[in-house]
Design a protein around this ligand. Structure first.
Ligand SMILES: *[C@@H]1O[C@H](CO)[C@@H](O)[C@H](O)[C@H]1NC(C)=O
Ligand SMILES: *[C@@H]1O[C@H](CO)[C@@H](O)[C@H](O)[C@H]1NC(C)=O
Ligand SMILES: *[C@@H]1O[C@H](CO)[C@@H](O)[C@H](O)[C@H]1NC(C)=O
Length: 412
């Protein structure tokens, strides 16, 4: 089954405007911000893992603990935004609802709301699942799992509370760079279906841009970092049963150790957020896909070996998935260090945020000829069930049976 996150149920947009380019104001580049971190590891035994939708891939120990990393940014008018990056396959509406509920008990109804809090995720495929209220995401966990959900909610709330308590004035600096050897396109044949004139605009078949924000106090002392780079959290493959924050978690831990000391993992005070970007078909398994039986490359168009999709698997650069996680994590860490030292474009201006709920099943779309058409409820295509070269699809026969079972359960 394709990684679940191609579904966008709710759409969040968050803009930090940069004056000079946008809305010049009196703000001279001074903001208030605070960082926080909380543990969200959850049940490390017997819970189906979220990402590959593979029956039997149940947690059985820990490789790297999962964290929630939060940053609160406030401008001089007091307007604020919260960006939370969780080491999870994806965020969920129910998490957001529960987190906001907790925050409003502490801070009242106006400080932290559905509009100004964003919970994003690293897209690791190696965490316990079950923290969703929608059926599709809890089929392989055989239902909703309270123990997963509450471990996440309490860790996220802790990270935001710490960020709130750490608010202090400081400056933000931006820079960007390019990272070429930490990602590859996992559907290169599909990419080639794009018109030639469009492909000609880009040097690569996935986005290699690395965006970075550096945060310092008023004396220039570093207090935190956020970056965004597009690569799936699938260095740990679907045979893994250890909870892991995968390549981005590895990068965050390593970056933070530089500031907080080697043995001080997950405690701050410096927080380094490796956020996920436009990762669509961007895989960390950069050695490409090959057939498990023959060792030869898979069929280029179909990603199959002798007609079988489960034999075609992509591999990372390491001798095993642990080393691949480390290598892809380290490359992001090294790029972030380089850019952190270089970042010198001061962010000025006011904060803005936009939040929308969109009913994707009922949108009007104006076509080029002027006619207006409507979207309809979503359906899963065959390719969804086939999965990707980062992880084969679920055995589809079992899915309709499970769905029947859950419908019964939910109705009852
Ligand atoms: C990855 O690319 C960086 C430059 O972007 C380079 O310094 C590094 O040596 C490369 N690593 C490998 C293993 O190719
Ligand atoms: C997962 O990685 C291990 C090495 O750590 C490898 O032996 C195995 O073949 C891989 N399995 C899949 C399904 O990718
Ligand atoms: C930022 O640094 C680059 C070199 O890395 C330099 O060319 C540029 O002028 C600097 N910009 C500012 C605003 O200091």
């Amino acid at each position: 089954m394709k990684s679940f996150f191609i579904f966008i149920l709710t759409c969040w947009l968050l803009f930090i405007s940069v004056s000079g380019k946008y809305l010049p104001t009196e703000n001279d580049g001074e903001f208030q911000f605070g960082f926080g971190i909380g543990d969200i590891t959850g049940p490390a035994a017997e819970i189906n893992m979220m990402g590959y939708a593979k029956l039997g891939q149940d947690t059985n120990g820990i490789h790297l603990r999962l964290y929630s990393r939060a940053v609160i940014i406030a401008d001089q008018s007091g307007k604020r935004v919260v960006y939370v990056n969780v080491d999870l396959c994806g965020s969920a509406q129910i998490l957001k609802i529960l987190v906001i509920e907790e925050l409003q008990k502490i801070y009242g109804n106006d400080v932290y709301t559905h509009e100004n809090v964003m919970i994003s995720s690293t897209h690791t495929h190696a965490g316990p699942g079950g923290y969703f209220q929608y059926l599709l995401y809890i089929v392989t966990t055989e239902g909703y799992i309270k123990e997963s959900t509450y471990a996440i909610v309490s860790g996220v709330v802790k990270s935001i509370r710490d960020a709130h308590d750490n608010l202090e004035p400081g400056h933000m600096y931006y820079t960007q760079g390019t990272l070429r050897n930490a990602s590859a396109n996992r559907s290169p044949a599909s990419y080639l279906q794009n018109p030639e004139e469009e492909r000609a605009q880009y040097e690569d078949n996935t986005d290699k841009t690395f965006h970075l924000l550096k945060f310092t106090d008023l004396n220039g002392k570093p207090v935190g970092m956020v970056n965004w780079f597009a690569v799936h959290g699938v260095s740990m493959n679907n045979s893994n049963k250890l909870i892991s924050s995968d390549n981005k978690g590895y990068a965050s831990i390593t970056f933070e150790q530089d500031f907080n000391g080697y043995s001080n993992v997950g405690k701050g005070p410096f927080v380094g957020i490796f956020g996920q970007a436009n990762e669509g078909d961007s895989t960390p398994n950069i050695m490409g896909a090959r057939c498990l039986d023959t060792g030869k490359p898979c069929d280029f168009v179909e990603s199959t070996c002798n007609g079988k999709n489960e034999l075609c698997v992509a591999f990372g650069p390491g001798k095993d998935m642990f080393e691949s996680t480390k290598i892809i994590g380290e490359r992001q860490y090294v790029k972030a260090k380089e850019l952190f030292e270089k970042a010198n474009e001061t962010i000025k201006g006011d904060l803005h945020f936009v939040y929308q709920n969109i009913d994707m099943a009922n949108r009007e779309v104006t076509l080029e000829d002027g006619s207006v058409v409507k979207t309809c409820p979503a359906a899963l295509g065959y390719s969804f069930a086939a999965g990707t070269t980062d992880g084969e699809g679920a055995k589809i026969v079992s899915i309709p049976m499970k769905i029947k079972f859950f419908n019964k359960l939910i109705i009852e």
